[in-house]
Design a protein around this ligand. Structure first.
Ligand SMILES: [Zn+2]
Length: 208
């Protein structure tokens, strides 16, 4: 999951990208497949080993996959976040959902199955990222600012699409999850150790 976060600078702030109750309610009212009961799933928290495990391809797209996609979107909006990958809810399959539309825009839920990066720009940008599997931890991450992704949609049709800006950042973060990679793998060792220590400390405090 990429959280709806960014603390400073050019990256939109949490309020801008946060999905509030209204956005979530709007989505619920326009469920992709109307009538399906959606369930919020539990988001796994680092260092759960499943977050470090490569996910397998989705072999067949049927009602189970569509129900899973609905659950993932509901879980993502409720978090709130702008992206969620299968392994984050313990589903070790190559599926991700995202919605990077702004707070003032219509919700734009997306579901990408078996996504693959087919091209990435040489130009990069550096922006702050967070991850709902690492609550309250943020760091600047450098990534290509534009990528082209091949994937299969919920109708089982192969597509290719170019993503830019926050959408490009989000889709790369989520594809990383499918390969067992986290955003902390893309920052300096010193910063990574700092975030890990902070998270461990928060988890200890949380248990007390
Ligand atoms: Zn994440």
């Amino acid at each position: 999951m990429i959280t709806s976060a960014g603390k400073s600078g050019a990256f939109p702030d949490r309020a801008v990208f946060g999905f509030d109750v209204n956005a979530s309610a709007t989505y619920l009212a326009v469920s992709l497949h109307g009538g399906t009961a959606m369930t919020q799933r539990t988001i796994l928290i680092y260092p759960d080993r499943r977050l470090r495990t490569k996910a397998r391809e989705v072999a067949e797209i049927g009602n189970a996959t569509r129900g899973l996609a609905d659950d993932m979107l509901e879980t993502m909006y409720a978090a709130p976040g702008i992206g969620l990958a299968g392994p984050q809810i313990g589903v070790m399959r190559r599926i991700l959902v995202m919605d990077c539309s702004g707070k003032e825009e219509e919700p734009a839920p997306r579901v990408l199955i078996n996504p693959e990066l087919v091209w990435q720009s040489e130009t990069t940008d550096k922006r702050e990222e967070g991850c709902l599997s690492m609550p309250n931890q943020f760091a600047d991450v450098v990534r290509p600012d534009s990528v082209r992704v091949g994937f299969v949609n919920l109708e089982g049709v192969a597509e290719e699409e170019t993503f830019n800006g926050i959408w490009a950042r989000c889709v790369q973060h989520e594809i990383d999850h499918l390969d067992g990679r986290l955003f902390i793998d893309r920052i300096s060792l010193v910063k990574r150790q700092l975030l890990r220590r902070r998270l461990a400390k928060e988890q200890r405090v949380g248990r007390d």
